[in-house]
Design a protein around this ligand. Structure first.
Ligand code: ADP
Ligand code: MG
Length: 700
């Protein structure tokens, strides 16, 4: 590691101006290393103006003044301020106020009778016959000779309790002086060098310098994108394949299944299956994302791909986020594959003891060809005989580590991730890096648009009357109760209360399902709904993903304004799964903000998941779009992909693409990063903490 790099990695606590005492504040604000502090960029600018006298000053500006000290007036009580009286060049009197003053210091810097310079925010209080000027805690105070340093633009840093702006600024300046330039890691660099860019960004001259059009700032963002893409490619890198051989198998089982289906595949499904096959026949590992709107039939595509590997005496694993979904998939897929005599196994946290051992054995021996399960599949005790394909359903519900863990069970297994959460393009790239993407842009034939209504909660009685009518015709209904303030307890309480109420009206036709129920209870409830014994299912959002009961045609969502749009779209996707007209009723509480109303209207008018996602992004800055936490959308420190001003969005998107291209090229020319340029690139990876041993080991 080079010496200049070491300085950037030094712990902040070793700097004299920080030390053990302020370490924790800096840690909270920026992190632990010198480079973390340097990446703490100013986010605003203010100007310090020179004023000849106090009457010249407009309120709330930062001002630098010359004045003569007239009198020190120490405070008598602890809580009152220490005052210094001054006179400006026009003989106007004004005061400086200090709380918890350090008297000796003040007397040294501002002795009575001396002309001094000071800078800070001047306040003024006007009464009908008098104006009082005062300044509390000036930012600077000292000799007249310093005045020039206190005039002009001044950067503003985000702060945290315990740190002042001048502390942070002077520590940054000090660090910038000690740091040395690093070797260039950008190919054909059109930007100023790294350290020079940091220096420029920390000393903005005007607002333009703070914006993304400023090349120095752009460079730092580009660096971060580049590091990110390199990290993604390195961690997703397919195993080295010498003399890659094509594997031109003929799909027998899948064709057989297709001929047994009561419907024909949509064109989009056919296209996706062809794309998957091309990957799997190439002799290389497939890493592909299958994206579609809800209800487009992804499961079937995954099953076809699974059959292709089963054809070759290998196993397929399907990972799903919830117990309910695992059971549903297992039931449907076993039924589908029964005529083909293919054994399907189910493994969730609920299978225990002997049963679990038996299931593990069918997986280990290869007897189970298709294995469906929840997180339980990731555990070490689950060993496959010959895993050929990993399907990750609703992949945005899993963390990167979980996705990796499953694919680690076989170094060569193909990976198919699936999501029904439409993600804008930039985020796809951000989230999935190097993946190939297939899209199902078509729903099965005959699906009707789900009629969506926005209704005030005080019309609950009318809604119930409507349901009576619908249910008397044998149609089934979901009734969703929302999360209340993140507390699971009240979440389930709301569902229970609603269940009790509806039971008074509909009796045994009503079922209840929530996250606090025991597994078998949930199954029983779900099963009664699937069989049609229960026609109304009151539930929490446990039904959100994947649940597929085609004969359900109405969904009521209470307090709809509390959900994210993407989530509402997912919930709504539980109905409209056959050729009957379906309905979605969005109930809202009395107090609806303008924005909430707008969001519900988007749901009413729009049925395209991608558009809804974009609208969500626009209306509320994306936080809810996929639940950033779950989605794994990366957080960048030098810019925020999701929150940025839309005007900067395009620019960032271009930078992001450009960085992706460059990362690919760098690794193509120097896969092990061992050339001199490669070593510089490694320094970038280290700065951005993409240098975990796994990565570097894989890369060389
Ligand atoms: P999603 O894409 O949301 O995961 P599913 O795979 O759950 O969708 O499919 C939704 C429903 O559509 C299921 O009941 C499935 O059996 C049915 N389906 C899938 N493909 C077709 C098709 N080509 N024609 C008619 N129905 C289909
Ligand atoms: Mg699905």
């Amino acid at each position: 590691m080079s010496a200049p790099l070491n300085y950037y990695l030094t712990e902040l606590s070793t700097l004299p101006s920080i030390g053990k005492r302020r370490e924790k504040f800096y840690k909270k604000l920026v992190g632990e290393r010198v480079i973390d502090l340097l990446w703490h960029l100013p986010n605003q600018l203010s100007y310090r103006i020179f004023a000849n006298h106090v009457e010249d000053v407009t309120e709330n500006t930062l001002v630098t003044l010359e004045a003569t000290v007239e009198l020190h007036q120490p405070n008598l009580r602890k809580r009152s301020p220490y005052r210094i009286w001054l006179r400006d060049s026009k003989n106007n009197q004004f005061e400086l106020l200090f709380f918890n003053a350090y008297q000796q210091f003040l007397q040294r810097v501002a002795p009575e009778g001396k002309k001094i310079a000071l800078s800070g925010q001047l306040k003024c209080e006007r009464t009908y016959n008098q104006t009082r000027y005062y300044m509390s805690h000036p930012d600077f105070m000292g000799s007249v000779a310093e005045i020039q340093n206190w005039i002009g633009p001044e950067r503003i840093y985000g702060l945290t309790a315990g740190l002042t702006r001048s502390m942070v600024a002077s520590t940054i300046d000090q660090v910038l002086k000690s740091a040395k330039e690093l070797p260039e890691w950008i190919n054909d660099c059109q930007y100023p060098p790294f350290l020079e860019s940091l220096k420029k960004v920390h000393l903005p001259k005007d607002y333009e310098d703070l914006s993304f059009t400023n090349l120095s700032r752009q460079r730092l963002i580009f660096d971060e994108f580049l590091a990110y893409h390199l990290g993604m490619i390195l961690s997703n890198r397919r195993p080295k394949q010498e003399g890659v051989q094509e594997n031109l198998y003929t799909p027998k089982l899948a064709n057989q299944l297709e001929s047994l289906l009561p419907f024909s595949l949509t064109e989009a499904q056919k296209k996706a299956i062809t794309e998957l096959r091309t990957d799997m026949q190439s002799g290389r590992q497939m890493i592909r994302l299958l994206q579609s709107d809800v209800g487009s039939g992804k499961t079937l595509v995954a099953v076809m791909a699974a059959l292709d590997v089963v054809d070759q005496q290998m196993q397929a694993a399907i990972l799903v986020p919830t117990e309910i979904l695992a059971r549903q998939h297992a039931a449907k897929i076993s039924k589908l594959l029964e005529p083909l005599e293919i054994e399907v196994a189910l493994l969730t946290g609920r299978e225990k003891g002997k049963t679990r051992d038996q299931i593990l054995e069918t997986i280990r021996s290869g007897k189970a060809s298709v294995v469906i399960g929840t997180h339980a599949l990731i555990e070490n005790s689950v060993i496959f005989e010959n895993l050929g394909l990993v399907v990750i359903d609703e992949q945005h519900r899993f963390g990167v580590e979980q996705r990796l863990a499953l694919s680690q069970k076989s170094k060569t297994a193909h990976i198919l991730s699936m999501t029904a959460t439409p993600i804008p393009r930039t985020l796809v790239l951000a989230n999935h890096g190097d993946m190939d993407v297939s899209i199902l842009n078509e729903k099965p034939l005959g699906r009707k648009i789900i009629q969506t209504k926005v209704i005030s909660a005080d019309r609950l009685q009318e809604v119930v009357e409507q349901l009576k009518l619908v249910m008397s015709k044998g149609k089934q209904v979901y009734w969703v109760c929302p999360l209340i303030e993140e507390s699971e307890k009240s979440d389930f309480a709301a569902a229970v209360a609603r269940f009790e109420m509806l039971k008074q009206i509909f009796g045994d036709q009503v079922e209840l399902m929530h996250g606090k129920m025991k597994g078998p209870e949930k199954d029983a409830a779900m099963q009664r709904f699937i069989n049609g014994e229960a026609t109304l299912l009151v539930s929490t959002t446990v039904i959100e993903v994947g649940v597929d009961v085609p004969q359900a045609t109405v969904i009521v969502i209470e307090h709809a304004q509390r959900f994210g749009l993407a989530q509402l779209h997912q919930l709504r996707g539980r109905v409209g799964r056959n050729d009957m007209q379906s309905f979605c009723l969005l109930l809202y509480g009395q107090l609806l903000s303008f924005q909430s109303r707008r969001r519900l209207e988007v749901m009413r008018d729009c049925h395209d998941g991608f558009k809804i996602a974009e609208e969500d992004l626009r209306l509320r800055g994306g936080g809810e779009i996929i639940g950033t936490k779950q989605s794994g959308v990366p957080k960048f420190r030098l810019c925020d992909l999701v929150q940025e001003d839309p005007n900067d969005g395009k620019l960032l998107e271009d930078l992001f693409d450009k960085a992706h291209k460059m990362a690919t090229e760098i690794l193509k020319n120097d896969p092990t990063l061992s050339s001199p340029h490669g070593l510089a690139v490694r320094q970038l990876l280290i700065l951005h903490e993409y240098d975990n041993t796994e990565l570097l080991r894989k890369s060389g």
